[in-house]
Write a protein that binds this ligand. Structure first.
Ligand code: PMT
Length: 399
């Protein structure tokens, strides 16, 4: 664990104690400035191991050298991660022990930032965070609230209990190792003419969360997504598509190896029958001032996968979503059967904080026998976690 020099460092002994109580072995490395806020003795007492701070201390290097320490860790937690340490990480500076360890380690890195709200929002910090995210560094927090500097806003260290839970999850066994998970996400866009499309409100958040969680659990993950503003999650191979036909082709290309298929995409059910080659001009519709757009059905990707999987012997687990505005469970049960799925995630998209383009969701799982498990509102990430728990259970029952 790397501790850098911010006021939130005073909370770290408590966090270390929680992690040790959970059965983890914690070794602490402090930056030079961290010692201004928390003492090495406090960290040594709670972790039960000597605390390292100096790259060039012969006695410390003799006990366990910095490369051995980097190799030893299964996870490196950086808490608090100050603006200064994030900048040094982003630029790969190895000017003291903490930076050297963070460059040398091959373990996942989880950073819990804590700083003044303006420092956090500064473009320099945000660019550093974005760059670190792209390299696979995970972030937890910061939270919003009263800050030690007197300001109010984003910048508080995430709750130590929440950080500890995240560490435990990341260190969780890779129970989906060996599985190949294909996830569809986002909405498709069906061209009317070169500039206009038939589209829907799907942001890709739900499907992307499922892909990220499957990757965290050790699966090889292919995410086939319609247009989205989201970044591809770490460890996920993403294929971006535009139309239902493109999504279907991308799914077919991955299906051979796929052991778990999750269809979270809002695939357009209809597309213009004859998209115009040129932009349709307003005056081309004449006096009537209205036009009729003729639509045709798109391929049902999930139904095709369900059908093919059943034909091949049913080894592949097929999970669909059902976005509904009424008769949620009846419609979900119907889709379970018609699309030959093993599980349907029934999504009430009328509720506030549920469905399209929000960070939370309200879903129920409808299982193979039609049985229902209702979940209360939670983040899409938590929905993804619960869904993957459910998928693992189904996998276990079937094998
Ligand atoms: O992307 P977000 O903004 O996070 O929103 C998430 C979500 C609301 C899109 C998601 O939670 C969700 O409910 N996805 C399913 C949306 C949908 O199109 O549902 P449906 O009931 O129309 O379709 C049923 C199932 O068939 C879905 O798994 C769908 O992916 C699949 N389908 C539908 C039509 C089609 N042509 N091909 C398909 O594969």
């Amino acid at each position: 664990m790397v501790i850098s020099g911010g006021i939130a460092a005073y909370k770290i002994p408590d966090l270390v104690r929680t992690l040790v109580r959970a059965g983890l072995v914690v070794r602490c490395v402090m930056t030079r400035s961290a010692a201004q806020f928390v003492t090495p003795l406090a960290l040594q007492t709670v972790s039960g191991h000597p605390v390292r701070a100096d790259l060039f201390d012969a006695s410390e290097e003799g006990a366990i050298d910095h490369i051995a320490l980097a190799d030893w860790a299964d996870l490196v937690l950086v808490a608090p991660a100050t603006a200064s340490l994030l900048a040094r990480m982003s630029h790969g500076l190895a000017d003291e022990l903490a930076g050297t360890l963070l460059l040398a380690t091959r373990a996942p890195v989880l950073a819990a930032p804590a700083m003044n709200v303006n420092m956090w929002r500064h473009p320099a910090t945000q660019e550093n965070v974005e760059r670190l995210r792209r390299r696979g560094v995970r972030f937890i927090g910061p939270e919003t609230g009263a800050l030690a500097c007197g300001w109010e806003g984003e910048g508080r260290l995430a709750d130590p209990a929440v950080i500890a839970a995240e560490v435990e999850l990341l260190l969780a066994p890779k129970r989906l190792a060996g599985e190949v998970v294909v996830v569809t996400a986002g909405g498709t866009r069906e061209p009317i003419d070169p500039v206009r499309v038939v589209a829907n409100r799907s942001s890709g958040k739900m499907g992307t969360a499922v892909a990220a969680e499957a990757a965290r659990r050790g699966a090889r993950v292919v995410l086939i997504s319609g247009p989205t503003a989201l970044a591809a999650p770490a460890g996920v191979h993403r294929v971006l598509v535009e139309t239902a036909s493109e999504m279907r082709a991308a799914v077919q290309a991955e299906l051979g190896a796929c052991t778990i298929f999750v269809a979270a995409a809002a695939v357009s059910d209809f597309r213009p029958l004859a998209p115009a080659a040129d932009k349709i001009k307003k005056d081309s519709i004449g006096e009537a001032s209205r036009m009729v757009l003729e639509l045709e059905r798109t391929p049902d990707i999930l139904a095709e996968v369900g059908e093919a999987s059943a034909r091949e012997g049913g080894g592949r687990l097929v999970v669909g979503f059902a976005a509904e505005t009424r008769d949620l469970l009846a419609a979900a049960r119907r889709k379970l059967e018609q699309k030959r799925c093993h599980l349907i995630v029934a999504n009430d998209v009328t509720r506030e904080g549920s469905g399209f383009d929000v960070d939370t969701n309200v879903v129920s799982f409808v299982g193979p026998g039609g049985e229902v498990e209702e979940l209360s509102m939670r983040s899409k990430r938590e929905v993804a976690e619960r869904l993957l728990d459910r998928i693992e259970k189904l996998r276990g029952e079937r094998s």
